[in-house]
Design a protein around this ligand. Sequence first.
Ligand code: ADP
Length: 675
Amino acid sequence: MKKQHSKILDNQALLDIVALSSDAFAIYTSEDIIIEFANDAMLELWGKKRDIIGLPLYQGLPELHGQPFKQILQDVLKTGKTKDGIISAQVSIDGVLQTHLYEYEYKAVLDHSGIPYAILHRANVVTERERNRKVLAIQKSKVHDLNVALSASNEALQAKNEELNIKNEALSKLNLEIIKLNQELSGQANDLKHMLADLSESENRFRTLVDQAPVAVFMVEGADLVIRTANSLMLSMIGKDHSVIGKGFFEALPEIKEQPFANLLHQVYQNGEVHHGRELFARLNKNGRLTDGYFNFVHQPIKNSTGSTKAIVCVAFNITEQVLARKAAEQAQNHLELALQASKLGTWTIEWQTEELMLSERFRQLYGIDGDPRLSLEEFFQSVDPAYKDKVYSAVLASKQSQCSFTVEYLVNTGSPKLPRWLRSTGKTWFDQFGKASITTGTIMDITEERLNQQRKNDFISMVSHELKTPLTSVKGYVQLLKQKIDKDHSSTMLLYRIDKQVNQMTTLINGFLNVSRFASDKIYLEKRDFDMSILIKELLDDHFFYISSHKILLSKLDHAVVNADYNKISQVILNFVSNATKYAPAGTSIMITCCKLADRVQLSVKDQGRGINPENIPKLFELYYRAESGNNDNTSGFGIGLYLCYEIIQQHGGRIWVDSTPGHGSTFHFSLPL
Ligand code: ADP
């Protein structure tokens, strides 16, 4: 289809539009390259005016002579082939030749038969651009070179880096090791610091320890045994002062040189072995006086790192007192054994844990036992005569329960053939720290002979008493008769009353002796019956106490209490208490009787305001024939049998008899009977 051009845009109009373009355009025709058209932009490029239009190229731009442009344009016109590129051209602008680079395009304009008839020239100054491009290229190549060099050096660097890394790794390993070593070192330094601190502290502590130790301590150092430390206990033990510190041992204690143990410290220093000394006798110069003592001690060698002894610590205990006490005890034991032998006393010990009886040789002799020194309690009691078993058992048990000592006389049937033998045992119980009875120990004595003698004596007294009693009864009868006959003669009556009183006293005495011999030969029998104690006391008041004019008899309490006992014998005990009170308390003082009913017993007490009894005499008071010495010309009559009889009577009733007394303030005698 054929192209149709608009009527409005004819050729001139098109050229005018191109003329307005900011791009430089020119049109050439013919072989001479006539400048047919050049827009303002092209004219400015050339530095020419509009007047060059229509001129051949070389006329319009004469400076192009010698430059290839005309030739190139002619070739385009001939060949019809477009030519373009960047080319340098010299143009005269404002009379000055200037060289610029141009980007150009020579485009052949063809007619309808395809033959070129004109050339359209489009151009741009690209001097700046090309220069920049060049600079850029140069810079690029430089950058490239630099990059190459850089990459080369980078590679080298990398290689170096790698090397460095390896070295770094090694270094960091080394560093770690060094850090570790440093840590160890600082730890060790710290340890060392602590050790040093500890050492000085422990040295200080050692000194303080030595100073404050509750035992005597000294330390000697070196072969010369120089005293380095000695606490005050040690100094006082050896009788020296602080001036010995720093001195050699023998210089400080020259008195030891000649004593048998002098070499001990040297020996310990040489053989490095601990030495324990026991009960060593030493004579020490204490403040100028040679003093004997016994010591237990330990010599402890202190060794250095090579194992050789550098010092010796000595800890000593002064056991002089203990040793002397033990020696005294051993001596006492020897004396005791001698005494036991001389007195033919046997000894025994009951171990309560095993309930066994440990017997001495003498004891075994008395019992006819061979060999084994041990006897069970049961075996022992089998040998005691049945009549005395309870008595012995109660005495031992009472001692086990309270801390009181006991003396008991009893009959045993021992040996083969079995023979009766009288023994007296005295014992006391020892308690452990928990208050439990651990042992009861005591002596045993054969009193068979003594008993026989006493028996003989009692028999004799009994016989004499009987013999005396018969005529005395007759005398009393005659006195009674006489009293009735001569009661008008006052003075004779008084004399008879006195004779009667004396006869009564003699009768009481003789009865006493008779009773003693009866008790001693166990010929006394209790005639027990139930009666009220308050009634008995009232009867005594009416029949006996009423007639006492020397003292005031008072009743402070009188409980009703029925007992099963021998009425006469209990009366006899109370009478004896009151009679003694009148004997041993000054006339005019009061005698107070109390009868108290308690939970399981009745207790009777007779209190006087007399001289009292010394505590050491109290345990013997109830023994036969015992009379306490008063110290002030005592002229009270008596034979010391009254309280003995009271004791026997109360014992036979299963009761208890005792006395409370304060010397100078009176005594109170008590007995109690079970209800
Ligand atoms: P006697 O009175 O005949 O000497 P006893 O056996 O009755 O014998 O008394 C023994 C001893 O006890 C007395 O010699 C006396 O020393 C002492 N005695 C007894 N009762 C009292 C008392 N109430 N006050 C002080 N001493 C007493």
